[in-house]
Design a protein around this ligand. Structure first.
Ligand SMILES: Cc1ncc(COP(=O)(O)O)c(C=O)c1O
Length: 387
């Protein structure tokens, strides 16, 4: 067989996808496994959004659209970030693309071979491989449980070098649910200005915030011209399958990313874009309702996990994950071994904390985007298995 590109050796497959494949295999073999491993709302996309996409299909919106997105959607996204986040953007700054693709295009646009990209640690599983893909170097910035898993300006400042090119923020965070304070974001933006860095701000969980204030980096003074804001509808509107997200970027960055878009995905699915317009401009009650349901589930999980001896679970301020620490991980041989043991012995699947970076050692990520009944049963099983 001919060789593969050397870059493929630096990229590992997604741990969350690996666990879900394992769960699927075990279920096929007849095992009763509760999965708390995926970052996917268990709700169905709101009815009016589904209807808008169906109407678009029936109206014949089945052709190529403009590469950066249909004008109505770019307008709606710009209005959303202006009104909600105070970002001084216009429709021309909006590039509609799946959220994961937006992260990838932003990194490819700004980071070169040997450049350093500062990332939270623990962080979403795809940031590190995406940075590796660009031949750049990921630099983990510890976000400790003691600080509520925040990314602090002090921790960022300590890791800036002459090779630093960008700092990536993700608040609320996957996997910890940690939320950066407005002062954190302000401090990091000031560092970016002083050291001439790009700020890549992944705000996909901004509408799943239970406490605190969401601060968009791009809304701060002098920040817009160096900040690429990334967001999407997967999490807040239960639209994971639609692949609907976007980047909001200053014009020079928009142009670079749009080149990548034009030579890769071309544009997002035509009728799905019409559904996205309905999501952003139509009734917002479903977002509020889902958030309140997530909040109740979060409280259930935090209370239930903290009641298990050896488990300590901080209360996350956002997203739909808890990131508890397990004293039992050491005896099990690490969090990966503990995760496997809990799948085998308790029939509960989480994701090992180490999959999200060195800072996740000893933790598991458990998603509470599952029914209350599933969560109660998972807590019961975890309590029995860990006792
Ligand atoms: C922090 C973060 N950013 C981006 C994404 C990608 O979202 P999408 O599935 O809409 O591409 C995810 C999905 O899990 C995520 O957790």
């Amino acid at each position: 067989m001919p060789p593969f590109a050397a870059r493929m050796d630096r990229i590992v497959g997604s741990a969350t996808v690996g666990i879900s494949n394992l769960v699927a295999r075990k279920r096929r073999e007849g095992a009763d496994i509760l999965s708390l491993s995926l970052g996917e709302p268990d709700f169905t996309t709101p009815e009016h959004v589904r209807q808008a996409a169906k109407d678009a299909l029936d109206a014949g919106h089945t052709h190529y659209t403009p590469g950066p997105g249909i004008p109505e959607l770019r307008e709606a996204v710009a209005a959303f970030h202006q009104d909600r986040n105070g970002i001084p953007c216009e429709a021309g700054h909006v590039l509609v693309t799946p959220t994961k693709q937006a992260v990838m295009m932003a990194v490819l646009a700004v980071a070169d071979r040997g450049d350093e990209v500062l990332l939270p640690d623990p962080a979403w599983v795809s940031y590190d491989p995406i940075v590796q893909w660009a031949h750049a170097t990921p630099v983990p910035v510890p976000c400790d449980a003691e600080s509520g898993f925040r990314m602090t300006p002090d921790a960022v400042a300590e890791r800036i070098t002459p090779r630093s090119r960008a700092v990536l923020l993700n608040s609320p965070s996957n996997p910890t649910g940690g939320v950066n304070t407005p002062d954190d974001v302000r401090g990091i933006v000031e560092l970016a200005i002083d050291h001439d860095l790009w700020v890549l701000s992944d705000e996909i969980y901004q509408r799943l915030l239970y406490e605190g204030t969401h601060q968009s980096a791009a809304a701060l003074a002098d920040a817009f011209d160096r900040t690429i804001t990334i967001d999407g509808l997967s999490k807040s509107f239960a639209m994971t399958g639609w692949r609907m997200g976007w980047a909001v970027a200053p014009e020079p960055a928009f142009k670079q990313m749009n080149k990548l878009q034009s030579h890769s995905v071309t544009h997002c699915t035509s009728f799905a874009q019409h559904g996205a317009v309905a999501a952003l401009t139509g009734p917002q009650d479903s977002v509020r309702e889902m958030r309140e349901t997530f909040r109740a589930r979060r409280d259930l999980m935090v209370e239930g996990l903290n009641a298990i001896p050896g488990v300590s679970c901080p209360t996350p301020a956002g997203a739909f994950y808890v990131f508890p620490r397990f004293e039992q991980a050491e005896a099990a041989g690490g969090d990966e071994a503990l995760c496997m043991k809990l799948i085998e012995e308790a029939g509960v699947a989480g994701t090992p904390g180490s999959a999200f970076g060195a800072g996740g050692a000893g933790h598991l990520r458990l998603s509470y985007a599952a029914s209350e009944q599933t969560l109660r049963e998972a807590l019961r099983r975890l309590g029995d298995a860990l006792a």
